[in-house]
Design a protein around this ligand. Structure first.
Ligand code: NAP
Length: 246
């Protein structure tokens, strides 16, 4: 059997190691969005499938017997496509999604919003030196409301929009050590983030708590109720190991 791991996350890379160690035949898939991606161990394919029809064809051609959707919690387009293609092709699908931050001790004090537009409007009210950590692809939603605001913006790859002149763009990739976050956030007066969850980017949340500055956080979309979900790579590897041979 060949397992398709939809990746682009640390959890997907961890799962690749576990599958390799377990002698499972698998291929990891990356979108190809990041210029220099961290590659998982084992076979990798890169690039979109071409929507649901493209993914359905791929599942058949590559003789995929199960899919683990380990994409980022905010990669909702890929997750929807995986659900549609796997349902149509009767291919078992597991969602591997790291826990969110809603259970954190400070979470009740954060400003939870449903989308980036709401986050941008609220941020414009709350701060004069916001720290935007929402990802390159969402920056266009902030550029209007925060055009004249001295935002500090952290991205992995350079933004593909015209960035307002008042913004400072910092290109860097996590994980981010606590002391470095403390230094970086010394002048920041509001933190803007998605509920990405996990420990990899948690230190900025901790620093915001230490400094008592507001946090604007975009909520995750709820997973479809019928979908089987696990929260760590070990549980996903166990699910794969328990699949009957096809
Ligand atoms: P998205 O909006 O959900 O997906 C848009 C399209 O990109 C999909 O329809 C698919 O194209 C392609 N795609 C996405 N993930 C893919 C994968 N693993 N393998 C092959 N094609 C993929 O996704 P996104 O938010 O742009 O995220 C892209 C990738 O970056 C994902 O792998 C995700 O895990 C990773 N990532 C995302 C975030 C985030 O905040 N969104 C953060 C960290 C990492 P087709 O329709 O042509 O198949």
């Amino acid at each position: 059997m060949t397992v398709l791991v939809l990746g682009g996350t640390a959890e997907a890379r961890e799962l690749a190691v576990l599958l390799r160690d377990g002698g499972v035949d698998f291929v990891s898939s990356l979108a190809g969005r990041v210029a220099r991606p961290r590659l998982p161990v084992g076979a990798v394919r890169i690039g979109g499938f071409g929507g649901v029809p493209g993914l359905r064809s791929y599942l058949g051609e590559a003789r995929i017997s199960a899919v683990v959707d380990a994409t980022h919690p905010f990669a909702t387009g890929m997750s929807a496509n995986a659900l549609a293609a796997c349902s149509a092709g009767s291919v078992p699908l597991l969602r591997l999604e790291r826990p969110g931050w809603s259970g954190a001790p400070d979470a009740e004090r954060w400003h939870w919003v449903d989308d980036h537009d709401e986050a941008a409007a609220l941020t414009a009210e709350l701060g004069r030196r916001p720290f935007l950590t929402v990802g390159r692809q969402s920056l266009d939603r902030f550029a209007g409301p925060l055009a004249g605001v001295a935002a500090l913006v952290r991205v992995v790859d350079a933004p593909d929009i015209e960035v307002p002149r008042a913004w400072t763009v910092l290109r860097s990739r996590g994980p981010y050590p606590l002391d470095a976050e403390r230094a970086l956030m010394a002048e920041v007066d509001v933190l803007v983030t998605k509920d990405s969850g996990g420990s990899y980017t948690w230190s900025k949340m901790r620093v915001a708590g230490e400094r008592g500055i507001p946090v604007v956080i975009v909520r995750r979309a709820a997973a479809p109720p019928a979908l089987e979900v696990v929260h760590d790579s070990a549980a996903a590897a166990a699910w794969v190991a328990a699949r009957p041979p096809r």
